[in-house]
Design a protein. Structure first.
Length: 440
């Protein structure tokens, strides 16, 4: 019988190579058993997990893996919460059904129920926003046409013979232009003491102005002005205050929004409704400038035409104008005109005249020659606009009229001038019509 101690001493004291080989074999077997056990354990765990989640999971062909229900997903925001009198089993069934639909559609986001509900929600939000925007726009547009008004106070001081004017505020000041939304404006008020008799043009007796209120449709000025020595003015009982509301712009000329003319009656012990020593507050509607022009005749212009087909030119002579309106109550207008040539609906040439000072019947006698492209008279017409020149304010249009084809005017003058065999000047009076700022 072999003694184990002998074998051990032989291994330890003998050749070391068999000992190392045995240790390597043993270590390899142990490592192989460990790896095999780890793989078997992971396989069993995954198998049990799949069995547990087989009722509430779905396999995606696209991503090729099983999805489990996320613990953070809540369907309370999608389905209404169940009431107390509803069968819990039915509620649980509905919830599982919704969970199944959601999870089965995760592979294609564009077809998912969540995506469809998000699209529907976005559409509803967009439609509601659009409707609210349209309502706000309609209310804004309705608000634009509300009558603007000016609030001011008057007080008479018998001791000093002065008249105190307090400009308080204005209401509903909007500027609405073509293809633009209503804009906020910088406004101020100019106060002028003028004569009630406006048959002759004269400078105001006294003139003052408020400060500028920026970006406000309901500006509050609250400024007090003193007009002194009223009794020394001839015909002191025939005076009026002219309140002019203007827009201020740093880069362009000031534009007149409207005016208020208020007649004043100084106390003399006889006339009733006169001013008192206590301040009286008044609210007056602001008359827009275009309404002032539309309420009176705009005048006429005498135009002469001569067409020369050989040179493909047409000569337009503006002889004079008559019965032009007054703008404001303190001065006559300084009229001049602009001529716009249109070809196929496009404005190609613009020319202007000289300025005639302080007159309602200016005489121009100015000649303008235009080249007609390809002698195409059918697609050619002219617009003439008469304006009032002001060194400080924006030039205001008085009236306009059209000559030529593609207009709403009668073409008899145009036809007579352009279809004669002999070139000859033919003159005709044209009535000015209200100017539409939306077209320019």
């Amino acid at each position: 019988m072999i003694n184990p101690i002998y074998l051990l001493s032989l291994l330890l004291l003998g050749d070391p190579f068999p000992f190392v080989l045995i240790l390597a074999i043993v270590a390899s077997v142990v490592f192989a058993l460990f790896v095999t056990g780890f793989i078997v354990t992971r396989f069993l765990i995954n198998t049990n997990r799949r069995r547990k989640d087989s009722n509430s999971s779905n396999y995606s062909i696209i991503s090729r893996y099983w999805r489990r229900q996320f613990a953070s997903v809540s369907f309370d925001s999608i389905n209404p919460s169940a009431s107390a009198n509803i069968d819990p089993a039915l509620t649980h069934h509905d919830t599982n059904e919704m969970s199944r639909i959601l999870k089965s559609s995760f592979s294609w986001p564009e077809a998912t129920l969540l995506h469809q509900q998000k699209q529907q929600h976005d559409k509803e939000e967009f439609s509601s926003a659009l409707s609210s925007s349209s309502l706000s726009n309609s209310s804004t547009m309705q608000h634009i046409y509300e009558q603007a008004s000016l609030v001011f106070g008057l007080r008479w001081d018998e001791t000093t013979g002065s008249l105190f004017v307090r400009v308080i505020s204005a209401q509903n000041l909007f500027v609405h232009r073509h293809h633009r939304s209503p804009t906020l404006i910088d406004s101020y008020v100019r106060i002028e003491l003028i004569s009630t008799k406006n048959d002759t043009a004269q400078e105001p007796y006294q003139s003052m102005r408020t400060h500028i209120v920026k970006k406000d449709t309901h500006p509050v000025y609250d400024e007090l002005f003193e007009f002194s020595n009223i009794r020394q003015i001839n015909n002191s009982n025939q005076l009026s205050f002219l309140f002019t509301l203007l827009t201020y712009d740093t880069f362009t000329r000031d534009e007149i929004l409207g005016e208020v003319i208020f007649s004043i009656i100084l106390p003399d012990g006889i006339i009733h409704n006169a001013l008192e020593s206590n301040e009286i507050i008044f609210t007056q509607d602001i008359t827009p400038r275009h309404r002032q022009l539309s309420s009176q005749q705009l005048g006429q212009m005498l135009i002469s035409l001569c067409y020369q087909p050989i040179d493909s030119t047409i000569t337009l002579i503006v002889l004079k104008a008559s019965n032009l309106p007054r703008i404001g109550a303190t001065r006559l207008i300084n009229p001049y005109f602009k001529i716009y040539m249109f070809y196929k609906g496009q404005r190609i040439i613009k020319k202007r005249s000289t300025i005639q000072r302080s007159t309602q019947c200016p005489v121009y006698n100015e000649c303008f020659t235009f080249h007609i492209p390809d002698n195409d008279l059918k697609n050619t017409h002219f617009d003439i606009i008469v304006l009032d020149y002001d060194h400080h304010m924006k030039h205001e249009p008085i009236g306009t009229f059209s000559i030529g084809n593609n207009t709403n005017e009668t073409n008899q003058h145009w036809d007579d001038a352009c279809h004669r065999q002999i070139a000859k000047q033919i003159a005709q009076w044209y009535q000015l019509k209200p100017f539409n700022t939306f077209n320019y």
